[in-house]
Design a protein around this ligand. Structure first.
Ligand SMILES: Cc1ncc(COP(=O)(O)O)c(C=O)c1O
Length: 489
């Protein structure tokens, strides 16, 4: 039985339903609608017919349609608002970290891409030496399928390194190696889905990869605002989230550290709710003028899944990351990892182990902190000189900062204009889960840009802004979020 359904957007949809088959009707309908969204037949923003109407049209009970709509809403394909029906969701405009030169494209001259380390400073010689030692000293058995948690030597070296540098509670048994943070959060999302969780709180603004990972498994993400002290825990407490993903050392993209009272409140919330905290420690190695913020995992190792990566310290091309998991979750995470890819590449892990125990990572980081601090200083100085009055946030750590643009500057327009002048700029807009006319802002990375180019690039940027009529005026910008409530959660 094939039925054609017309949505209120006049999109003709063929929704074939097989009543004789074994597949439940609501599952069939979900599959059809999902395929229609993926294939573009149901465009973003299109209004879906009311459940009663569609049910009547298909000759099924209304419950079948309600169930399909709810599932697709949970998966992020649909959005529903009380009183205004259900629409096809607007899919993210992914700020994809495109390869710089592999496709033959000329890299931008002024590359303000956030979160990129200096690729030219990758310690090739030391890494090669570690890789060579790892390969030459490894046994025949090392070349078989990896242990799903990762090579023991790598887990032991990381446990030592994380315990001393990040005050984690770490042991090789808690470590699960993964392919960067991106795989780590994907495995965590699958684990939480398996355990029946439905709602996970995320920072807003935040790293868009987190939203994608949960959406892929049908978990609803609940955006919680961020202010000058980090995640607004008081607002988190108003949700019914069963877990939360945070960047406490250096909130992405705002750059603030989670304050001590908020840390305490977050841990108290998790204990009260018996909730899990996922800690993204993506660039905690870099801090310039503030004391290190110890990680949350060290304070509550049975409540926190900690995820780290070499993407900001060495290179995102390595795709090397790790998780420290509560003991009761390790074996499930390892199983999910094994099913995903049968384990991360062993030789790279062994090279990392060697790199850590020979002190090469410490040496590299000492060197790079000085380089990045100078670049940070150069960027802040150039912004102050060229765009006086513009607010700059998140300068004390990491590899990027936030620049609030004058209110009348169009973020997208500026980015497009800059691109034409070989300046790679990134706006804050894509990092908001629910963009609601936020003040225009840039997330500016300085890791990969030489000091001499920074001043030049900012000068050009200032000229573009002036051309847009955006003479910067102190205090003219809206704050990043409206969350200012004292946090007593
Ligand atoms: C907030 C945040 N977490 C994690 C990562 C790193 O991801 P990966 O380790 O997959 O490269 C990034 C990189 O852009 C990031 O911005």
């Amino acid at each position: 039985l094939h039925r054609t359904v017309k949505t209120s957007f006049e999109v003709d949809l063929l929704l074939p339903i097989d009543r004789e088959g074994d597949v439940p009707l609501h599952v069939q309908l979900e599959q059809q609608l999902r395929a229609a969204v993926r294939g573009g037949r149901l465009p973003a923003g299109a209004m879906l017919p009311p459940t009663r109407l569609l049910a009547a049209d298909l000759g099924v009970s209304r419950g079948v349609v309600v169930e399909a709509y709810e599932q697709l809403t949970a998966e992020g394909f649909f959005q529903s608002r009380a009183g205004s029906g259900t629409r096809v969701a607007t899919i993210d405009n992914e700020p994809v970290p495109t390869p710089l030169t592999d496709d033959g494209a000329r890299p931008p001259r002024y590359d303000f891409r956030p979160g990129m380390p200096d690729l030219a400073a990758f310690p090739r010689r030391a890494w090669l030496a570690s890789l060579r030692r790892a390969l030459m000293s490894s046994s025949r058995l090392t070349l078989g399928y990896p242990h799903p948690q990762g090579a023991l030597a790598a887990r032991a070296a990381l446990a030592d390194y994380l315990a001393r540098s990040r005050a984690t509670v770490a042991s090789p048994e808690r470590v699960v190696m993964c392919s960067g943070y991106t795989q780590g959060i994907d495995l965590v999302a699958r684990l939480l889905r398996e355990r029946g969780l439905h709602r996970v709180a995320i920072e807003d603004p935040g790293f868009d990869g987190v939203r994608r990972a949960f959406r892929a498994v049908g978990i609803t993400t609940l955006p919680v605002p961020v202010d000058g002290q980090g995640l607004c825990v008081e607002q988190l407490a108003c949700t019914d989230a069963e877990a939360v993903v945070v960047t406490p050392a250096h909130q992405f993209p705002s750059g603030v550290g989670l304050s001590a009272p908020r840390r305490a409140a977050l841990l108290a919330w998790a204990a009260r709710r018996n909730a899990l905290i996922v800690e993204d420690d993506y660039d905690a190695e870099y801090r310039y003028d503030r004391d290190p913020l110890a990680c949350l995992q060290g304070l509550a190792p049975e409540r926190v899944i900690y995820i780290g990566t070499t993407s900001k310290t060495l290179s995102p091309a390595l795709r090397l990351g790790w998780m420290l998991a509560p003991q009761h979750l390790v074996s499930d995470l390892a199983r999910i990892k094994r099913h995903a890819d049968r384990g991360s590449p062993t030789l790279d892990q062994l090279a990392l182990a060697d790199f850590l125990v020979t002190g090469e990572l410490d040496r590299h980081l000492r060197r790079m902190r000085t380089v990045y601090r100078k670049r940070r200083d150069a960027l802040v100085a150039a912004l102050q000189a060229e765009l006086p009055g513009v607010r700059v946030d998140g300068v004390s750590a990491g590899l990027h900062l936030m620049v609030k643009l004058p209110a009348d500057v169009d973020e997208q327009w500026l980015i497009a204009q800059a691109k034409a002048q070989s300046i790679a700029l990134f706006g804050a807009h894509p990092y908001f889960a629910q963009p609601q006319g936020e003040a225009p802002a840039l997330v500016m990375g300085y890791g990969g840009l030489q000091e001499s180019l920074i001043a030049d690039g900012v000068q050009r940027l200032a000229r573009l802004i002036a051309g847009a009529g955006g003479e910067p005026v102190a205090g003219a910008q809206r704050s990043l979020t409206a969350c200012t409530a004292a946090d007593g959660a």
